[in-house]
Design a protein around this ligand. Sequence first.
Ligand code: URA
Length: 257
Amino acid sequence: MEKTKDQVRLDRLLANSGYGTRSDVKALVRSGAVTVNGVPAERADMHVKLSCDKVAVDGQILDVAVHVYYMMNKPAGCVCSAKGGAHSTVFDLLSKTDRSRRLGGELSIVGRLDLDTEGLLILTTDGELNHRLTSPKHHVPKTYFVRLETEVSEAVQKQYAEAVASGVEIPPEDHEPGAVCRGGELEWESGSTCCLTIYEGLYHEVKRIFAALGNRVVYLKRIRMNKLALDPALERGGYRELSEQELSALTLTNHIL
Ligand code: URA
């Protein structure tokens, strides 16, 4: 019988919680060290309910969650991928325990940021949510603070805002084809700083938009994804779990066009 998402095999739960390989955890269960709701587990392949069953090893209750959702303030200089090569990765910023909490799936990045981009990055084990937030079909708004190389007059600011609203045509870059971006919103803070909201997440989209307009992005920070704003108290490289309210703000769907 297919198990619901809330249910997981005990051996998988233990292996994902850092108790070794499947055969290590089988031996652990056989030793009687593992209890489910205070009763010694009889089989390693039994299913436990994450929402209500209390699993303990040597009396120590496991801290488990079906899915985890982290908000990170990504610093420049680290890459959004599992392997960094010459650079450190955003996964290196997580503690070992947080990296291994993968019960509902592998921990993955929701919408990558470039090496030199900072700001709001979501990491989650929830693949369905990740797909919903990043699929081009769903037009989830993402807002970036942008600093431009060349300061522009108020008249040009207006031209940029109109171009962004009607959809800027961006040329091909690297392996990516050219495209006409979906209309976005541009709000100016000064002649060289602004906040841009886009609805797709194409390759280098923000940098390509301003390059197509004849300018260059010199600093880029994601400050909002859907209705979720980056916590200003989170220092560069810091991260924490989302609260329930923040998760709702991230997943709210009434913006969908
Ligand atoms: N657009 C970019 O150009 N870079 C990013 O990192 C994110 C959006």
